[in-house]
Design a protein. Structure first.
Length: 276
């Protein structure tokens, strides 16, 4: 095992530190300010109460990143690709169509128009992995893309991390071991390929609707709490069945910045989060 002298690598480290600028910024100024922009080599976890819109929120980040020139891999175990797509169309429509309208034959022409506008906006920068793909498959896809387009920022979305799989651990029943390995692989992808990772995490049932969200609420292994760079939690009232529900976004952990909160309105019909 060789040791690296700071005297020999100090200049390289200084250059890396000075060049650690965001790959890109999200459109939500409040959220992006708290996040400090989207940085490479970082793993960000998004947890939340049931009904708070975790998959919708992470989907909006994916669309935002793709529209701003990043290449986005969406590895979803939670929603079918068609559900993600329907929400994206409603969100991008400017209020002209709702999620339910997507399958309404009477609005087919409008939906087609909205769909084409959405596809034009993401410019082929967003792809869905197969549900059967493992984290290793994801790693290979990211490597190939990075090799082909080394200058293009890459964002990886994993929804949920508890449902992701690693080939050699498929038969292992220990969820904590699986999560530790999966998070470790995501960190490896982020660091080696210089990409940003956002992963959705479930929370324990005992944590539902607690007054104050905490890192202890993350479901599975404590490695999630210690292994992520940021942990963001979405809170809402479980009894609120309105189509415009208040949601509080809280940074429970921010390794490279300050903790804080942001207020949003979750527009359920249009799968959109509006800054309050």
């Amino acid at each position: 095992m060789s040791l690296k002298s700071l005297e020999k690598i100090g200049n390289d480290l200084l250059e890396k530190a000075m060049n650690d600028k965001p790959l890109f910024h999200f459109s939500s100024s409040t959220f992006d300010h708290l996040l400090g922009g989207v940085h490479a080599a970082r793993v960000n976890l998004l947890s939340g109460d049931p009904g708070a819109g975790k998959s919708t929120f992470i989907g909006s980040l994916a669309d935002d990143a793709a529209a701003n020139g990043a290449f986005v891999f969406v590895h979803s175990y939670e929603l079918a690709d068609s559900c993600y797509f329907a929400k994206s169309l409603a969100r991008s429509s400017g209020g002209r169509v709702t999620v339910k309208d997507i399958s309404n034959e009477e609005k087919a022409e409008l939906v087609k128009e909205v769909g084409q506008n959405y596809l034009d906006s993401v410019s082929g920068n967003l792809v869905f992995l197969e549900e059967t793909d493992t984290i290793k498959d994801l790693e290979l896809h990211v490597k190939a893309r990075h090799k082909q387009f080394p200058e293009q920022p890459i964002l990886v979305i994993c929804d949920y991390i508890q449902n992701a799989t690693i080939d050699r651990l498929k038969e292992v029943k220990d969820e904590r071991l699986q999560l530790k390995e999966i998070l470790g692989t995501l960190r490896k992808i982020a660091k080696i390929e210089n990409v940003a990772v956002f992963a959705v995490s479930a929370i324990t049932r005992n944590s539902y609707q607690k007054a104050a969200p905490s890192l202890n609420a993350l479901s599975g292994s404590s490695s999630l709490e210690y292994g992520c760079d940021t942990c963001i939690h979405l809170s809402t009232d479980a009894d609120d069945n309105s189509l415009m529900k208040p949601v509080e976004l809280t940074f429970l952990k921010n390794r490279f910045g300050a903790k804080g909160t942001a207020e949003f309105i979750f527009d359920v019909e249009h799968a959109n989060f509006i800054e309050a």
